[in-house]
Design a protein around this ligand. Structure first.
Ligand SMILES: [Zn+2]
Length: 364
């Protein structure tokens, strides 16, 4: 042992007596500030415990072990004593303050941050409510769907671009059934038509199908998962005029009474004739702006009369019934109503965005 080396027994004794002294001081402390000062005095970087333990540098391994163990015990003891005393004094101090302070009723109260439905869900709910008011009933179907229901019975020929691996998520399963994540909500129509085909008085069918759909797509206006809502009405006489009236009603309720709806000829495998549905631009009231590319119109939905091949594939006689259908993306409606330029914002779950897009705020 060198002359500089500490005597471990002495150091341990010093540590113990320092602990006793500290305990006394802690016990008689009168305020939480005083306790905090004691913490700095004993446990701070330049405090008494550190000073005593600095001796460890020159100690033999054996002494280091002994002194280290005592040092740790003292530290833990002090930390516990100090935080307990501090808590106790802080509580007393708060109670005293509450007793002496007069109530200041002008101070803002404590508020709870209440949750609210996601903007997409709010828009979905609103769309459903409007369709219910129009006399349509909600029907739900599975998101993992037979390829047959998703494409074949809806008159998508084999080799159609939508069936491509690039556009559709295919699902492998042990039974080797041909399953996909549904790319649209239309297979719900197939299920309803198949189900009712054999019933005695199935008409009229007045339904809408809301839900999640999936496509291999991801950019500012497309997401691999998004929400659709679509309607189907089948009756003996329902035609384009009836369809237009329903969509007029829907968009006027959803956006504003002055919203105009127009049809443009289009093509979908499952409707004939088919139409793209435009509404007068909600940003410029049809005058022309950047969003509508100066056209005054915004594309919002697809629609048309149910294709005879779809009726046949679902067990119906296309000569005996008529029907129409429409479909639209909920995120698209939400982007227009809440004025959100990037679809991806809906799925990033930033609280500031979710709060700002709560319905009742920036909408029209
Ligand atoms: Zn516009």
């Amino acid at each position: 042992m060198s002359s500089k080396a500490p005597d471990s027994d002495n150091v341990c004794k010093d540590l113990e007596s320092m602990l006793a002294l500290a305990k006394e001081k802690i016990h008689s402390a009168k305020s939480s500030d005083e306790v905090e000062q004691l913490r700095v005095e004993f446990l701070g970087k330049k405090g008494k415990v550190s000073a005593l333990l600095s001796i460890l540098r020159d100690a033999t391994p054996e002494d280091r072990k002994k002194i280290g163990a005592t040092g740790n015990k003292v530290k833990i003891n002090l930390e516990t004593g100090i935080s307990r005393k501090k808590l106790e004094l802080e509580k007393d101090e708060l109670n005293k303050k509450l007793e002496n302070d007069e109530l200041d009723s002008s101070l803002p109260g404590l508020t709870n941050a209440f949750g609210r439905p996601h903007p997409v869900r709010q828009i979905m709910r609103e769309a459903c409510q409007i369709l219910e008011r129009a006399g349509l009933k909600s029907v739900y179907g599975p998101e993992v769907e037979y390829e047959d229901y998703c494409f074949d019975r809806l008159n998508f020929k084999p080799g159609h671009a939508a069936r491509d691996m690039q556009a559709t998520f295919f699902v492998k399963n042990a039974q080797a059934e041909s399953l996909v994540l549904r790319t649209h909500t239309s297979p719900v129509q197939v299920r309803v038509l198949l189900d009712l085909a054999k019933k005695e008085f199935p008409l009229p069918i007045r339904m809408f199908a809301p839900g999640r759909v999936y496509r291999v797509d991801d950019d500012a206006t497309h997401s691999p998962m998004f929400h659709q809502i679509e309607g189907l009405v089948v009756d003996k006489t329902s035609g384009m005029g009836d369809l237009k009236a329903h969509l007029d009603y829907f968009f006027r309720q959803f956006f504003s009474q002055s919203t105009k709806v127009r049809f443009r000829p289009s093509y979908f495998p499952f409707t004939e004739p088919s139409a793209e549905v435009d509404i007068s631009c909600v940003f410029c009231d049809g005058k022309g702006c950047r969003v509508c590319k100066s056209s005054g119109w915004l594309e919002v939905a697809g629609a048309g009369l149910v294709h005879p091949e779809v009726f046949k594939a679902c067990g119906w006689d296309p000569e005996a019934v008529g029907g129409w259908a429409f479909g639209m993306g909920i995120e698209r409606l939400a982007m227009l109503k809440l004025r959100v330029p990037d679809l991806r914002s809906f799925f990033e779950n930033r609280l500031s965005f979710l709060r700002a897009t709560s319905l009742g705020s920036p909408s029209r």
